[in-house]
Design a protein around this ligand. Sequence first.
Ligand code: SF4
Length: 314
Amino acid sequence: MPNGNGKTILTNSAITAFKACPRKYYWRYIREVEAVERPEALLLGTALHGYLEAHYRQLPYTPPIDLTPKSQAILKGVREYYPILYMDDLDLFEPIAVEKIISGEIRNPVSGRPAREYVYGGKVDGLVMLKKDAEGFKENDLLLLEHKSASKVDEAYFERLQLDSQLLLYSLYLSRELGAHIAGTLFNVIQKPSLRQKKSESEAEYYQRLRLEMNWPELYHRRYLRFPEMRMQEIQKELWSAKNIIAKARLENVFTMNSGACFDYHRKCDYWTLCSSEDPEMILEGGQFQHQEAHVELIGAAEGNQAETAAEPF
Ligand code: SF4
């Protein structure tokens, strides 16, 4: 999807897809198709994000109707407990922006000149200003507020986030746009319960247990993170390099398959049916896939940003 200036947008999701498998990038960002059936974990993650967005905008929230009863129970538990657990957020920080769209030039790290045909785009969950000193950060520091949901949350999970290129780029582009330093990130992680249905319990009892499990503080994690300055500098080179590689593939129209990624995350890639078919065009007409704008999340954010200025501290 080109932006208003006719340039191609590169988001972190697009770059990640290309790095994992160029053919995946092709299906999603050139052909703009996605599987009709979405993985449940993705649907729940999106629903949790939607709830947190409404919470921080102080707007009513309507849960999606396409969730399984299990995910509905988890979401219900989060909606019950999150506002209680974090009722003091108002004393800690002021939300400056919620679901903020960001975009900007991709600059040559040596010459500083912007790429002619590509721009960077993304959407930040939130930007907050601290109202008091916290965890090594000072009052009035600006922090990204980043919501995550995960099945397993341990030290390694947070250590990995320290090198997360998406957050580094968000900080970089927000700093440029606002002309202000982004001091770090406040991670807000919701851990999904690992409970399984017991033989002795009904489905209703199981869903009730899941809901109540989300009323335990142990499943809610917060962590403050400051990015190493060296990584901030490196990330600009990495973005330029990724842009060059993707531009070359697009120019030559060659998107190689990485079969090593076909079963990542313990599941078959959404595009397996297309890649393994002798006639993918026929598969595309079969109803298993649908057209989806390449960066649909930015379209939604652009609309949401109109309300952003009206977002009040909660
Ligand atoms: S099925 Fe494999 S080759 Fe095809 S897009 Fe997915 S990861 Fe790439």
